[in-house]
Ligand binder design. Structure first.
Ligand code: GDP
Length: 295
């Protein structure tokens, strides 16, 4: 499971703190050094760790904490609060178009889970009363179009395809199709590559210009740790992302991406993928994630 090692380490650190009763400044400082190491070992971005530890220390070394009846608990609460802040504080909801059709563009590298996530998101939206259309705009891998069709069939959601034509035209045509068929949300599954390249970014920018999406969500594989954060930075620079979807959090990721990506990119995590099944997508709640990390 995700965060397992981090949770274990934090628990050990906190157990020592709670066991001490009264705390000295040196105790807290020692604990902070250990928390810092645990976070670095969980592959959290170095600068993020530094800022976080500074914030926690500023609050934890004060008299209020030291003189409280349960100083250990107070320190844990501060760590919890700061982790919640770090991950975005509240749930970041999807933006919907106020008038017409809401267009959601899913972007990301190949294998990040984009096509699966398109289906999962369609399922969630459909459950909330929307009428989503899935658009197959990943034209370079013929299997990707088929894959989206299979997902659509499983979920009983319509899938718009035009084969391997210009993805900008496909995206535009899917908006017309949605108008005619009363779909109020379009989820566009765009092409991915193994690495970020200019051609891909250019194509995504052109799709963005053509259909003016309410959401451009980057699907990133949390198992790739700081690479996921770097990918997010690059995509954000080029496309001005509105949010992130972290996939494969059910795997044994150390957690670095989940803990760093919001702070580094400024983009909120909106959903997390928690398994291969189409029902395994959840809105991202920073508080729940922090509680999970702290075990
Ligand atoms: P794409 O190339 O970005 O469209 O990626 P796919 O949707 O084809 O997904 C790549 C692989 O990741 C597939 O085997 C998916 O089942 C798997 N996958 C996607 N999301 C998750 C997730 O949240 N958890 C797990 N365990 N696997 C996932």
């Amino acid at each position: 499971m995700a965060f397992e090692a981090l949770t274990q380490k934090l628990n050990d650190i906190f157990k020592k703190l709670k066991g001490k009763g009264k705390l000295t400044e040196a105790d807290v400082k020692q604990a902070m050094r250990e928390v810092k190491l645990a976070l670095l070992e969980a592959d959290v971005n170095f600068k993020v760790v530094k800022d976080l530890i500074q914030k926690i220390s500023e609050r934890a070394v004060g008299q209020e904490v030291m003189e409280s009846l349960t100083p250990g608990q107070q320190v844990i609460k501060i760590v919890n609060d700061e982790l919640v802040q770090l991950m975005g504080s509240k749930e970041a909801k999807l933006n919907f178009s106020s008038g017409g059709i809401t267009v959601i563009m899913l972007v990301g590298l190949q294998g990040s889970g984009k096509t699966t996530t398109a289906g999962k998101l369609g399922r969630l939206l459909s459950k909330s009363g929307k009428k989503p259309l899935l658009t197959a705009a990943d034209i370079y891998r013929p299997a990707a179009i088929k894959q989206l069709q299979v997902v659509g069939e499983k979920l009983d959601l319509p899938v718009f395809t035009m084969g391997q034509q210009d993805p900008v035209n496909i995206a535009r045509a899917s908006v017309e199709y949605a108008h005619k068929h009363n779909n109020d949300v379009i989820i566009i599954d765009t092409a991915g590559r193994l690495h970020i390249d200019e051609e891909l970014m250019d194509e995504l920018s052109r799709i963005k210009q053509a259909v003016n999406p309410s959401e451009i969500l980057l699907v990133v594989d949390s198992m790739t740790g700081q690479d996921a954060v770097n990918v997010a930075e690059e995509f954000n620079k080029r496309l001005a992302l509105t949010g992130l979807i972290l996939t494969k959090l059910d795997g044994d990721t150390r957690g670095g991406a989940a803990l760093s990506v919001k702070a580094v990119t400024g983009c909120p995590i909106k959903f997390v993928g928690m398994g291969e099944k189409l029902e395994n997508l959840e809105p991202f709640y920073p508080e729940r994630m922090a509680s999970r990390i702290l075990g």
